[in-house]
Design a protein around this ligand. Sequence first.
Ligand code: SF4
Length: 384
Amino acid sequence: MNADLSRRRFIQSSACAACAFSLGGGVWGATELTPTQELSDREAMHYEHLDGLTIRCLLCPKECRVADKERGYCGVRENHGGAYKTLVYGRPCSFGVDPIEKKPLFHYLPGTGAFSLATAGCNIECKFCQNWDISQFRPEQIRMFDCPPADIAQLAIEKKCQTIAYTYSEPVIFYEYMLDCADEGRKKSLGSVMISNGYIQEKPLRELLPKLTAVKIDFKAYTEKFYKQTCSGELQPVLKALEIIHEMGVWLELVVLIIPTLNDSDDETKGMVQWISEHLGKDVPIHFTRFHPMYKIKNLPSTPIPTLERLHKIAKQAGLNYVYIGNVPGHTAENTYCPKCNNVVIRRLGYKIMLDGFEDGKCKKCKTPIPGVWKDPLKDESRR
Ligand code: SF4
């Protein structure tokens, strides 16, 4: 275990939580942030030329075919005379200092802060999106800042974070910026975590993963119907991405937002957890999270807590070792339990955590190793 963590048996992350906000602008700490409405014209990665000036974007499975002066579906990549440009490189619209538990990543440097950022745009449209006011807008429609990757790393250091988190909207669509922020972060020993829908093609994903220290994927459902009708996406490419992340050994956690009547059946959850068990193993943490009415789904109620408990039980019965209930502060399924002796190894109450049952990455009682990233990953490159 990180020496810092051994000393601090009780870590109160609420001080960190108090810093989480969207930035109003101006000076934030020692670094001045300049508002701008000027779009970036940096060339995008992962596209091919078609006939004439038309290109095909190969970043995500949508494979948009984009004519000159047009944009792809995500609204942040534009064809300039046959050269495809990312309009949001160095143009974040939201920042926050969040507890890493808020992402949620429960097996990754508990109690530490994540310097979190987003640009406008998304490559799908979830009808329940919590951040639709940035994800479903074009960059020129919202306030942006001129913030090159080196400034992001500097801000993270100033805010005493150990990690940069690409989050809130969909980081895949600001791929080039994420890549360079991760490089700048690494120079300052900062980790990088991607909070994503996993809707990305294999080649860019394989190039990105060595730069990341953890990934959280929103596993929206286990049916193509849900992905198509509720998210304008597809399930199969997400399954492929999950396999690649697992194969490449980057720490992975999953969140399933459970929406009444849409993805809350026993059969769907049984299928999902069986697939996880067979393809990702039994140690990948899965968080069943409570839905509240949002964006275009305001006609359904909040998820009943017994529904979450029923699905939690199904996942445990399937043999998954680390199953959590999210968005229900104070629930006992927020805690991490030792899969061998059932000791509470990490106790959580909202963003407060207690590590009394945990030592050197193991259950303190029976010494069973608990998988996760417990030491600063950039000081332990042997992990890769
Ligand atoms: S990243 Fe954007 S432009 Fe590229 S294929 Fe996906 S939605 Fe289309």
